[in-house]
Write a protein that binds this ligand. Structure first.
Ligand SMILES: Cc1cc2nc3c(=O)[nH]c(=O)nc-3n(C[C@H](O)[C@H](O)[C@H](O)COP(=O)(O)O)c2cc1C
Length: 158
């Protein structure tokens, strides 16, 4: 199985989740950061798309990529990285992050949590995070079990 994991990350946590996912998917798995441009996915039979969520929205480069990418016939997994705690709101963020036709095609999709990294944030982001999340400390909510479960359902080994 040849797999491409394509991600959109601002402060590195979606990238870190994607990196951890590669070892769990195994086989021939390649990482692509959308900040480096749009990859050619034609050689890959399986594709994972992952994006960070800011203010309820996926990153704009993932949104733009989803508008043009052709994935028919491929096994597809979708994930979002965010710090929303309410399961209903997490589900809404996931539902809004990718177009309907890709969600319909997806073999698996998940909200994979994230991190608050104050050292990576700009002043406005620190202010918003302190106000909304009521913390000024780094928080690491990356859920390794959820990453493993996502990889297993993608590869059909669950
Ligand atoms: C200014 C700001 C706004 C955010 N808004 C949301 C949000 O609406 N929903 C959510 O689930 N997470 C939100 N987050 C949390 C980020 O999604 C989380 O920090 C994530 O790990 C960032 O991923 P990245 O490092 O790949 O950019 C926000 C974080 C910041 C700093």
């Amino acid at each position: 199985m040849s797999t491409a994991i394509v991600y959109a990350s601002k402060h590195g946590t979606t990238a870190e989740i994607a990196r951890r996912m590669t070892t769990r998917i195994g086989g021939n798995t390649t990482l692509f950061d959308l900040a480096d441009g749009s990859p050619d996915l034609s050689p890959y039979s399986t594709v994972v798309l992952g994006t960070a969520i800011y203010a309820g929205q996926p990153k704009s480069d993932m949104k733009a990529f989803c508008r043009t990418v052709k994935l028919s016939g491929k096994r597809l997994g979708l994930f979002v990285c965010g710090m929303e705690q309410d399961p209903a709101k997490q589900a809404t963020e996931l539902a809004n992050a990718f177009p309907k036709h890709l969600r319909k095609q997806a073999a698996t999709e998940a909200f994979l949590a994230g991190r608050f990294l104050f050292s990576a944030m700009n002043l406005a982001e620190r202010f918003i995070t302190k106000r909304i999340a009521k913390t000024s400390q780094d928080v690491d909510s990356i859920d390794d079990d959820a990453i493993t479960a996502f990889a297993s359902s993608l590869t059909g080994t669950e």
